[in-house]
Design a protein around this ligand. Structure first.
Ligand code: NOJ
Length: 546
């Protein structure tokens, strides 16, 4: 396939334990995923982002890798993996693998060696420090809560972990670590993977003086100043890019944890990561056109035209946008979700759909603390219980901080386990799951699923929807609208995020008329120079040449 295929692709994130169980143990796996490739092909996506599938004790569901060269037995065998990649490629679907370079599981053989003694040959592969006044070496906090340092009694030192204590940060200042990880990348590239999603890639280097992090004014909220984006990180990113791109047509998307677009900008573009996620857009708390518009606009202003935005609104780390943007009305929720789909698949950027969003899956709410699965939720729950809070308060916080909400099984059909498995799934299904299943939506022409399919088809068929630059990008009264242009083709996108109809003068946008490509509320646009855009309406139109 051509170079830069990813610029034109629609990606789909598969959270592997929750997508489809092929062997009846209640956990998603490669056999199950392979059996659903035709569904994904029909949906129209061109790339799959596969969350970690390597051998892991799964303290953080696979983001704690114990062996980078093995498939976790819950997900199948290496042969199952290879067959999946082959079957995906036969359907012209690319596969990118999630890779965690920042830390390993505490069960990884490297760490098991490292903790043997202070002079073990692998000691320096991780970040070990002496105690300071019998406490941790500095004030750095883990992103899951509490100190980021764990004491090891046997050697009287602390090791650093930016996430759970079972996810031990590697010391990227040690060239042996780098070489070992380049070997890992080579192994998977040689297996035919089309690229990587690099987990928390801006965390690879930390401040060598281990300076304390500051706090936000008068709060106990830490600013992660010295534990990410540190000296040497961009050189490492360039080396990784050079290596991965020495294979033809490979793709790198980075998870860069930063709210600053100027920081994100440093990480992406030619010679670096191809694209990075922008969480300011992806995890917006409110259904608010102006905030969404500002992100689109800022990416336009801050990125050069060789730096392409990403467009996503849900992932395995956050509430699903349909639930996050809910105003409590089920029908309105689905209309809003269609609006987001319309924007995500027609605006400028590389879209990433999160599994299940295309059928309007809602967040899972955990009602019994013993069924909490996510480490972040569990840590939040236990912390509050230990500090004397009630079970109810602790559970509410666990539901807020925890990420089980977006990790429930894919809803394939109406059967008791939603067609995900023949056995009780490892994680619960949301209440009312049967209202949104592939089975019941696929034959409803106005369903959210059919809307996604039509949008992706349009995007795949119209160059301008994949490659166009903005000639207009505007916001007015809860409306976002734009014109994109490519090789004399133009596409118009209009999205009404408000609860009221809004008037729009199309002639002011462009003197010719527009031909409707898709809308969730109307069937034609012809001969209309002024329109009233309905609440939650999506209009995508192409220029009608006269
Ligand atoms: C980001 C991943 O998306 C998240 O799920 C994980 O917990 C952390 N990185 C740590 O690996």
């Amino acid at each position: 396939m051509e170079q830069n295929w990813w610029k034109q692709a629609v990606f789909y994130e598969v959270y592997i334990p929750s997508f489809c169980d092929g062997n009846g143990d209640g956990i998603g796996d490669f056999k199950g995923l392979t059996s659903k490739l035709d569904y994904l092909k029909e949906l129209g996506i061109n790339g799959i982002w596969l969350t970690p599938f390597y051998k892991s004790p799964k303290v953080d569901n696979g983001y704690d890798i114990a062996d980078y060269y093995q498939i976790d037995q819950d997900y199948g065998s290496m042969a199952d993996f290879e067959y999946f990649v082959q079957m995906a490629n036969e359907r012209q679907i690319k596969v990118i693998a999630d890779l965690v370079l920042n830390h390993t599981s505490s069960e990884h053989a490297w760490f098991q060696e490292s903790k043997q003694s202070k002079n073990n040959t692998k000691r320096d592969w991780y970040i070990w420090r002496d105690p300071v006044v019998q406490g941790p070496p500095n004030n750095w906090e883990s992103f899951f809560g509490g100190t980021a340092w764990e004491y090891d009694e046997a050697t009287d030192q602390y090791y650093y972990h930016a996430f759970a204590k079972e996810q031990v940060d590697l010391n990227w200042a040690n060239p042996d670590v780098k070489n070992a990880m380049f070997d890992v990348m080579k192994f998977w590239l040689d297996k035919g993977i089309d690229g990587f999603r690099l987990d928390v890639i801006n965390f690879l280097t930390v401040n060598r003086d281990f300076k304390n992090n500051p706090y936000k004014n008068n709060t106990d909220e830490q600013i992660h100043l010295f534990d990410k984006d540190q000296e040497g990180i961009l050189d490492l990113v360039k080396e990784i890019s050079q290596f991965v791109h020495s294979y033809p047509s490979k793709f790198l998307v980075g998870e860069v944890g930063s709210e600053d677009l100027n920081v994100l900008k440093d990480y992406c573009g030619p010679g670096k990561l191809d694209v990075v996620f922008n969480f300011n857009l992806g995890s917006l708390p409110k259904f608010d056109a102006e905030s969404i518009f500002l992100q689109l606009k800022q990416m336009e202003q801050i990125y050069t035209n060789q730096q392409i935005p990403t467009l996503f609104f849900s992932s395995h780390d956050m509430s699903r946008h349909i639930s996050r943007f809910s105003n409590g009305d089920r029908q309105d929720e689905e209309e809003r979700a269609k609006l987001i789909a319309g924007l995500m698949l027609s605006a400028k950027g590389v879209p990433f759909i999160y599994y299940g969003d295309e059928i309007g899956m809602r967040d899972l709410i955990i009602e019994d603390p013993s069924t909490l699965k996510d480490v972040q939720g569990k840590i939040a729950y236990e912390f509050l219980i230990k500090s004397g809070h009630s079970r109810e308060v602790a559970l509410e916080e666990a539901n807020k901080k925890g990420r089980d909400k977006s990790r429930s099984p894919m809803q394939w059909d109406q059967s008791s386990f939603a067609g995900f498995s023949t056995a009780e799934p490892w994680i619960h299904l949301p209440n009312n799951f049967h209202l949104n299943t592939v089975e019941n939506l696929i034959h409803e022409p106005f369903s959210i699923l059919c809307f996604y399919r039509q949008l992706i088809k349009l995007r795949n068929e119209n160059d301008v929807m994949r490659l166009g630059s903005y000639t207009r990008l505007e916001y007015k009264n809860h409306l976002i609208y734009f014109i994109r242009e490519y090789n004399n083709e133009r596409v118009l996108g209009i999205f009404n995020f408000g609860g009221m109809s809004q008037f729009l003068d199309l002639k002011e946008l462009y003197k010719h008329s527009w031909k409707l490509l898709i809308s969730n509320k109307r069937s034609s646009l012809e001969n209309q120079s002024e329109i009233v855009v309905l609440p939650n309406e999506v209009i995508i139109a192409s220029l009608l040449e006269d």
